[in-house]
Design a protein around this ligand. Structure first.
Ligand SMILES: [Zn+2]
Length: 478
């Protein structure tokens, strides 16, 4: 039987605020010893009162606007009641029926097909403490308790694991452009739960959905969803029945396993948080935030195409991260827009290869945009040849030295002086009588061989154009 896949995604994002959501403790929970960023509020002592973090609300409004949501004037916080050792108060302050952002969308580009995925809501809540399981006992670190946590919930509108991955990459990219979160998946500041169900093609019937958790990379999410779609299809094909449940992705085994089944929706007994006033968002403030939004990835990609004449493919990769796009523009500001294509080629080619091979983020690279611009200038004015430039770039990457210094130290500058090249050409021709005869009797590939010999003799420093010209002159005159 053929099935269609229905996927909806819930993403939790830790916000980059200095303090926690409802108290003044530092929200930098990961880099400090356990239980050092705590106070009576985030430890949930009796009698304490929460105070809202304005910056967290601003970050949530920014995200909601970037995701084309409506921002209602009236929103509020609600209590979500449940018991778990990492939840200090026995309830989480969250948002229920009046989230900060409603009914938005983002567009994805899966295999060249543009698709709009609707976003149900963007709301704000607080993170829980962190449990560390150690064999037969567990430890608790309260530093994370109360860190601002934003949740972005999509409509169940993605119809393949590829689309789900593309949605997440786009959302991740937008968050980084906004600067509202580090969105580091391996540190848990961008966490995704996926709801997936399948149904026979063209059927309107809704089969029980499975919530998949524990995935901490785009690749893991893709693999977990692919596995889960196949597993569900197999259960139905074998005449089995699917149950609504939560399953965890086991990376090492490449499979999902049952964590808990829930036949009925959990009852969190939501009610309005009595310790906080309703949140009324002034229109003028919202408009101020809207006006201050940075240029977002799609708009920047389109601008790169028109302003710098880049292809859709190149512009998409360059704007795939804000730091890469900023780096590119910083460099082009120095080289002039005429070298934009050249800058893009070097960035996406050799530079990216060096970054990937050493697992370095571009913001930590030892080559500054100015260094790269200087190097491009040297290539462009013929001071160094293309092959030499590759070696120079690698050296710049390893040592942090400037291109001119490396060229000076290693005597790598390109030889364009005709007299100097002529000497080498004469020597090569004397040493290669056979190929010279071949060329004069009409074998074109002999010319390529001779140019190669001259390049070899000059360790790649000779200007290939000049070499070609001189060999032709010499042979023509023979
Ligand atoms: Zn606190």
């Amino acid at each position: 039987m053929d099935y269609e896949i229905v996927i909806g995604l819930e993403v939790h994002i830790q916000l980059l605020t200095k303090s926690k959501m409802f108290c003044g403790c530092s929200s930098d929970y990961a880099s400090t010893p356990p239980n050092t960023h705590v106070c009576p509020v985030c430890l949930a002592m009796p009698g304490v009162l929460p105070v809202m973090n304005e910056k967290a609300i601003e970050c949530t409004v920014m995200t909601a606007l970037a995701l084309n949501c409506t921002i209602p004037e009236y929103t509020k916080f609600d209590r979500k009641n449940y018991f778990y050792p990492d939840l200090m108060k026995g309830y989480q302050i969250s948002q229920y029926d009046a989230p900060i952002g409603k009914r938005g969308w983002l567009t994805i580009d899966s295999n060249g097909n543009k698709k709009r995925v609707n976003i149900t809501r963007v709301h704000l809540e607080e993170d829980t403490a962190k449990l560390l399981h150690r064999g037969d006992y567990s430890l608790i670190d309260v530093n994370r308790s109360g860190v601002p946590l934003m949740e972005v919930v999509s409509e169940p509108e993605m119809s393949s694991p590829e689309e789900a991955r593309d949605y997440l990459i786009r959302l991740h990219n937008i968050l980084r452009y906004l600067g509202v979160s580090t969105a580091n998946m391996d540190e848990g500041s961008f966490r995704c739960d996926a709801n997936i169900s399948i149904r026979p093609v063209a059927s309107k019937e809704l089969l029980p959905k499975v919530e998949v958790k524990n995935m901490n990379s785009f690749k893991a999410i893709y693999q977990a969803l692919k596995y889960e779609a196949e597993r569900q299809g197999q259960v139905l094909d074998e005449g089995g029945e699917l149950v609504q449940e939560t399953r965890g992705w086991i990376e090492e085994k490449g499979m999902t396993v049952t964590q808990r089944t829930k036949e009925y929706a959990e009852d969190y007994r939501y009610f309005p948080e009595p310790d906080l006033p309703p949140l009324v968002l002034e229109r003028s403030w919202i408009e101020e935030i809207r006006a201050g939004l940075p240029e977002l990835p799609e708009a920047r990609r389109d601008r790169f195409m028109t302003q710098y004449g880049l292809s859709l493919y190149d512009a998409s990769i360059l704007t795939g991260s804000r730091t890469m796009a900023d780096y590119f523009e910083d460099c082009v500001r120095l080289t002039g827009p005429g070298k934009a294509k050249m800058a893009s080629n070097w960035l996406l080619g050799d530079f990216s290869r060096l970054l990937n091979a050493s697992n370095t983020e571009i913001e930590n690279a030892r080559i500054s945009p100015k260094d790269l611009a200087d190097m491009l200038h040297l290539v462009d004015n013929g001071a160094i040849s293309g092959p030499t430039a590759k070696a120079v770039l690698e050296e710049m990457f390893q040592t942090g030295k400037g291109a001119s210094d490396i060229i000076g130290e290693k005597k790598l500058s390109q030889i364009s002086n005709a007299g100097e090249i002529k000497e080498v050409v004469k020597q090569v021709m004397a040493d290669n009588a056979g190929p010279v005869d071949d060329y004069t009797s009409g074998k074109q590939q002999a010319l390529t061989f001779l140019i190669g010999q001259v390049m070899k003799a000059t360790r790649g420093r000779a200007n290939p154009g000049v070499v070609r010209e001189i060999i032709m002159q010499e042979l023509g005159g023979k």
